[in-house]
Design a protein around this ligand. Structure first.
Ligand code: MET
Ligand SMILES: [Zn+2]
Length: 764
């Protein structure tokens, strides 16, 4: 029989239970017991649901209160020194590592977060050095396996593999020069051995060991590390299914197919071309081959015809018992269930599958591939055929005006008229001082703001009342910025539910879910819009608010837009046309908006592209093509402005080194980037490439509620100026402040302005 598998599941709960209980705990309103109780219910509900839908291999251990990489660090005792001896419980230490802690005389910053592979999920980066004392503080995989068992459900525990764990880690600040986390493999393996031995004695037949690092280009001794690790682990572990996802194995397949494991999982959604080579590589051995045919990254219904064909190909080579039909990756990246969507039309709903629905898909495909096709399976198969045909018909309705406009783009539309030096002179009209201070756009999205939006949605207040409310918010944001002495102001984005959704809602081509939450980091979830057809602007999007904000002040006001690549990467894209074409359509719509802002008297316009880096393909060989369309669409959106209009762009990451030339080629007048958590890397980048336009490396971390003291910010400015031309420096936080409260926002920005003032004196 061909079995079915799901590799991982969203953690939030169908009604956002986990988000609520965790935030309640942080606010001191909920007990740790309550957190555990709610977690147990959500886990059990998910396991039960998967079982009822006929999934054979149900994951456990993938659940997390914040992040699964952090779960491993906490369990492995990889706890950086700054979190030791604070007198905190396990749980509070865990959350202190995740988000910093500033209470009761304790003041520790958060750990660095990074994007998980090419997704918008962030993981907490483990910090290791030779003094890291690995030991198994607790066995989460075991605990959850037992928890499921008690609920009558046999699961296949999920563990992040040792090589990927170490490859994602970084050296602590105290590490010896040249220290590489991977050198700790021999010290880490005993912990994995213990973990896996305990799982085996508890009766786990299989364990899913995730090694997604295998789809990236890695150094030469990669192969030896894998051979070493799995030779040690396999004898003591349950049967291991070595799991790769998000891309293709390429030459790594050669050694992977020799490892002493019982099964191999490959992603056939992202890399369908590896089906044949994988079958061939494993056919002579006894491996089980797990086929990732149901996408864990997209919300489109699986085309059963294609998936079944792949499964049958594998079955004919390996036999039924050696084939598993699975999701391509964890389902962490998609919403929980379509069942809670009642605003989508029946036609739209029929195009999609969310996590629960994908679980049914793997079960159906596996049943067909097993030849065990009862009436239920037959009707599921027939329904899928009908849905896919309808969607294909819909896809034929392209918008000719949009398609023609894209086809008519000329090269000059991608370039500013004059070089930066000329534009900079013209932009003196903004009257900015040396080291201009600014923020990244959003101010706290308070309860009042969210309530007003909810009331508008329910029809409890009129559009007019809502707009008055937003105007008042903008006015108080403007007065606040004037009062504390910021130089380049923002309107604060109170009108935006989300930086992508807000634009999506004002463009043709998108549909929206009510409950389609996807984890971005910790308790932060987003609801990605879904691109379903060609994109065009319905009318001006932001002009009204920027114009209003500018009317309140004589200081310059920065207009604020989300860029084409970010809108695309933070939406679920179409599967029928290329991402490049979708980005071009978005760019043309934004180009019109930029033009309208300029015409309305907005002299600085920021187009945010925080998602450029995460969209970077996992294999270097694919970078050039991506970077080419990603940078050119940004330029298409922004280059149409006059010399005296200052363009800004913002990027939320610090891993710049490898794509810095592309960032430079955007030719934005000013860029702001995340830097507060990794000064060093950034400075090296500047040293290596230099930078010619203005730049604001974030001087403090907005992802933590901690208030940075002024000397700390001054220190950062000093460090940055060691490698940057002082006439180019802007002073700003890392990112927008929408997730923060006003109290810490005000305190932090006051310190920021003071630090900039001090710098003006010092570097006069
Ligand atoms: C994730 S980047 C956010 C940029 C946006 N302008 C904001 O301030 O919120
Ligand atoms: Zn940002």
């Amino acid at each position: 029989m061909v079995a079915s598998a799901v590799l991982g599941f969203p953690r939030i709960g169908a009604n956002r239970e986990i988000k609520k209980v965790v935030e309640g705990y942080w606010a001191g309103k909920t007990s740790a017991d309550e957190v555990n109780k709610v977690s147990a219910t959500v886990k059990k509900t998910n396991w039960t649901e998967l079982k009822q839908r006929g999934v054979d291999y149900i994951p456990s251990g993938d659940f997390s209160l914040y992040d699964h990489v952090l779960d491993h660090s906490a369990a492995f005792n990889a706890i950086p020194k700054r979190y030791h001896g604070l007198g905190l419980s396990h749980l509070d230490t865990y959350f202190a590592m995740a988000r910093g802690r500033q209470a009761d005389g304790v003041d520790v910053p958060a750990s660095e977060m990074k994007k998980w592979f090419d997704s918008n999920y962030h993981f907490v980066v483990p910090e290791l050095d030779n003094s890291t004392d690995f030991k198994l503080n607790y066995n989460k995989a075991l605990d959850e396996f037992k928890e499921a068992k008690e609920a009558g459900i046999t699961t296949r525990p999920v563990v992040l593999g040792p090589i990927t764990y170490l490859a994602l880690s970084k050296a602590t600040k105290d590490a010896e020069a040249g220290f590489e986390p991977i050198s700790l493999l021999p010290k880490l393996l005993p912990v994995y051995k213990q973990l896996l031995t305990e799982l085996k004695s508890a009766g786990a037949e299989w364990v899913q060991v995730d090694e997604p690092i295998l789809v990236q280009d890695k150094g030469a001794d990669f192969e030896d590390k894998f051979a070493l690790a799995y030779a040690e682990l396999s004898p003591v572990a349950p049967k291991i299914v070595l799991t790769t996802y998000y891309g293709r194995l390429e030459s790594n397949l050669n050694f992977v197919a020799k490892l002493p494991v019982a099964g191999i999982h490959v992603d056939l959604d992202r890399a369908p071309q590896q089906l044949e080579s994988t079958i061939k590589a494993v056919s002579s051995g006894s491996y089980v081959l797990s086929l990732g045919v149901v996408s864990g990254r997209s919300i489109w219904k699986t085309d059963f015809t294609v998936a079944i064909k792949a499964a049958e190909q594998a079955v004919s080579a390996l036999g039924q018992d050696r084939v598993i039909v699975a999701t391509s990756s964890t389902l962490l990246h998609i919403p929980v269930t379509l069942a809670s969507e009642d605003k989508l039309t029946a036609e739209q709903k029929d195009w999609f599958s969310f996590a629960y629905e994908k679980a049914s898909e793997v079960a159906t495909i596996a049943a067909v591939a097993s030849g065990s096709q009862d009436a239920k399976v037959s009707s599921a198969l027939e329904a899928n055929r009908t849905s896919i045909t309808k969607r294909r018909d819909f896809e034929k309705n392209s918008d000719d005006t949009v398609r023609k406009r894209v086809a008519a783009i000329t090269p000059d539309q991608y370039e500013r008229k004059n070089p930066f030096a000329t534009r900079r002179e013209a932009q003196k009209k903004l009257n900015l001082p040396k080291f201009p201070t600014t923020t990244i756009g959003s101010f706290p999205q308070t309860k009042e703001i969210r309530q007003a939006r909810a009331k508008l949605g329910k029809g409890e207040i009129t559009e007019e009342e809502y707009e008055k409310f937003i105007e008042k918010e903008i006015e108080s944001a403007v007065r606040f910025q004037e009062r504390i002495g910021l130089d380049l102001l923002v309107h604060g984005e109170p009108e935006r539910n989300d930086m992508v959704q807000y634009f999506g809602e004002r463009l043709e081509g998108f549909v929206f879910t009510q409950n389609g939450w996807v984890q971005s980091y910790g308790s932060r979830y987003v609801r990605p819009p879904i691109l379903v057809s060609d994109v065009s602007r319905k009318g001006a999007i932001t002009v009204r608010w920027s114009k209003y904000a500018q009317s309140l002040t004589s200081k310059p006001m920065k207009g604020m837009l989300t860029g084409p690549v970010t809108i695309l990467n933070w939406s679920f894209p179409r599967a029928d046309i290329s991402r490049a074409l979708q980005a071009q359509q978005l760019a043309l719509a934004l180009r019109d908006e930029v033009g309208d802002l300029e015409a309305a008297g907005i002299a600085a316009i920021q187009v945010d592209e925080p998602a450029v880096r995460e969209g970077l393909p996992l294999r270097r060989a694919d970078w050039e093509e991506y970077l080419k369309w990603a940078t050119s669409t940004f330029k298409l959106a922004t280059a149409g402005v006059r010399d005296d209009t200052q363009t800004h762009s913002h990027f939320c990451y610090s891993d710049f080194d490898d794509i810095f030339p592309s960032i430079q080629s955007l030719d934005a007048d000013v860029i702001s980037i995340e830097a507060s958590k990794s000064d060093l890397k950034l400075l090296n980048t500047f040293k290596r490439y230099g930078y010619s336009n203005s730049i604001g490396p974030g001087v403090y971390d907005v992802h933590s509620p901690r208030v940075p003291p002024q000397p700390e910010i001054s220190d950062r400015i000093k460090n940055i100026l060691a490698s940057l031309d002082p006439t180019l420096l802007f002073v700003n936080p890392d990112c927008g402040l929408k997730t923060r409260g006003w109290k810490e926002t005000e305190a932090s920005l006051v310190n920021l302005v003071e630090a900039a003032k001090a710098a003006r004196q010092q570097y006069a």
